[in-house]
Design a protein around this ligand. Structure first.
Ligand code: ADP
Length: 161
């Protein structure tokens, strides 16, 4: 049984993340999408909200589970009895951080492999930050995030927390 973990902030999940989830779910018996805590910045959505949005938009994918973690990624992966970490790559600008992360995971546990999936060209510019920036100023995020997420963004920026 192969199990892979796709970790990220998913604040919120975008169509770029969803594309990676769809493609990775075809490669492994189980794909765990794991919402991590962003240490460096305050998230817009709580961990529970991010998990709920991910669950809703992946409910048609039976081998995808959504979870959250608050530990070292390598420890979480071990705990799940997985040995593969999936990350997405959009541009050269992602490379430095992803390289550092992959080597750190390797240092923690040499049995864990990090595998990179190239973005779909349609989503190569897309990030959660860009989506939040557009939504904050009332722009249309249709086609960038699932409709449910667009709705949550609209609500959050209209009504606050
Ligand atoms: P993190 O804060 O851990 O980088 P993100 O939620 O921003 O978490 O992203 C999780 C993973 O998904 C990262 O590997 C990131 O490069 C990848 N990713 C984000 N947006 C896209 C996209 N549009 N296409 C492909 N991969 C993406």
């Amino acid at each position: 049984m192969s199990t892979a973990v796709y970790p990220g902030s998913f604040d919120p999940v975008t169509n770029g993340h969803l594309d990676i989830i769809h493609r990775a779910s075809r490669l492994f018996d189980t794909l765990i999408v794991a919402v991590g805590r962003q240490v460096s910045k305050e998230p817009l959505f709580s961990t529970i909200e991010r998990v709920e949005m991910l669950r809703a938009v992946t409910k048609n994918l039976p081998n995808v589970k959504v979870d959250s973690f608050d530990t070292l990624l390598a420890h979480y992966v071990q705990q799940q009895q997985a040995n593969i970490v999936i990350r997405g790559l959009r541009a050269i600008s992602d490379f430095d951080y992803e390289f550092q992360l992959a080597l750190t995971i390797k240092k923690m546990d040499e049995n864990i492999e990090t595998m990179f999936m190239m973005t779909n060209s349609e989503y190569s510019f897309l990030s959660s930050s860009i989506v939040k920036e557009i939504a904050r100023f009332g722009g249309c995020v249709q086609g960038l995030v699932p409709p449910l997420v667009a709705q949550q963004l609209r609500y959050r920026y209209l009504h606050g927390k």
